[in-house]
Design a protein around this ligand. Structure first.
Ligand code: TXD
Length: 311
């Protein structure tokens, strides 16, 4: 019986801006072999070939293939789904719902057929509705279908706070919960600078402005790029979730998870603190929220339900 560890297989469904960046990060962090799938003829194959030329430069021995055949994801341990259209300036994430819902249904059928044991991380917007749809369409356990947004929104909150305090980003611990939309909930009461509550360090009106910028950070990048949305930070955020699963790290991360009564919400995917380990989303962590935070989370849940009604 060989005791060598089987190399993991990571399927990236969507080989666009985020998908391509994910492939690079998977290689750089030696997470396993990568399959890039996309419907655009030749594009995933071109990115895979380019990445195979990068490998020797950094001494990376990861196999990366590009394909237009969904069957090539067979046996993937992890599927990261970015398939769909990104926003253009002036568009809301919600404007994507109908188009991307159809794409997610197609992708879900492919994952269900070819990678039934995979841990599925959905990135496609509008995130909370798309991850809910992915779980319904695949029928996978809710532990194995999760949405990436909270890690990104939390990182944006950390970045702005670290800049404000002129400290290392590693000294800021934060949480952003709720839907991945303008109503997301930066949880100030659990946000600290090395254990010191940020409310003790930054004036309330400055924190209000920073939290408003967090809610609008995606749109700020879209307005500057004009031809797409953020991709480096979303990719990095998803990699943190992939690693927590593959290496059974049991990190506590903000992620769009299925609620079954936690926070008074059920049959809904929304951003909450979760523990991700080898069992996928192993636990939803319930934290005490202030009355205003509870109200904001419920309002955010209401927005997600409105999106689900459209689908
Ligand atoms: O935090 C978050 N969750 C968000 C998510 C952060 C940033 C971006 N957010 C959303 O991710 C964005 O609004 C989009 O819905 C997705 C992907 O963003 P990306 O910037 O990677 O978009 P691209 O570059 O357009 O890539 C999408 C690819 C593109 O190459 C299409 O050809 C492909 O998706 N696509 C498909 N792939 C597979 N299968 C099907 N059916 C398909 N349809 C399109």
């Amino acid at each position: 019986m060989s005791n060598s560890i089987r190399r993991r297989k990571i399927a990236l469904i969507g080989a666009g801006q985020i998908g391509g960046t994910l492939a690079l990060l998977c290689g750089q962090r030696n997470l396993g072999d990568v399959v890039l799938f996309d419907v655009v003829e030749g594009m995933p194959q071109g990115k895979a070939l380019d990445l195979s030329h990068l490998a020797p430069v950094f001494g990376l021995d990861f196999k990366v293939t590009g394909t237009n055949n969904i069957a090539d994801i067979a046996g993937a341990d992890v599927c990261v789904v970015t398939s769909g259209l990104p926003r253009k300036p002036g568009m809301s994430r919600d404007d994507l719902v109908k188009t991307n819902a159809e794409i997610i249904k197609k992708v879900a059928a492919g994952i269900k057929e070819h990678a039934p044991g995979a841990f599925v991380i959905v990135i496609t917007n509008p995130l909370d509705a798309m991850v809910h749809l992915m779980q319904k369409e695949t029928g996978f356990p809710t532990s194995h279908v999760v949405g990436m947004a909270g890690v990104l929104d939390t990182a944006r909150y950390q970045a702005f706070l670290a800049e404000e305090l002129n400290v290392s980003v590693s000294s800021v611990s934060a949480f952003v919960l709720g839907g991945h939309g303008d109503d997301m909930v930066p949880v100030r009461s659990y946000t600290t600078c090395n254990g010191i509550p940020v409310g003790n360090l930054i004036k309330s009106e400055r924190l209000d402005a920073i939290e408003k910028r967090v809610r609008g950070a995606g749109g700020e990048v879209v307005a500057l790029l004009k031809t797409g949305s953020a991709f480096y930070s979303p990719a990095a955020s998803a990699i943190q979730m992939v690693e927590s699963y593959l290496f059974d790290q049991r990190r506590v991360l903000a992620a769009a998870a299925s609620l079954k009564g936690e926070y008074g919400l059920k049959d809904l995917y929304i951003g909450v603190p979760v523990i991700i380990g080898k069992g996928g989303v192993e636990k939803v962590v319930e934290i005490e929220l202030t009355e205003s935070e509870k109200k904001a989370l419920n309002e955010s849940a209401g927005r997600v339900r409105e999106l689900l009604a459209i689908i």
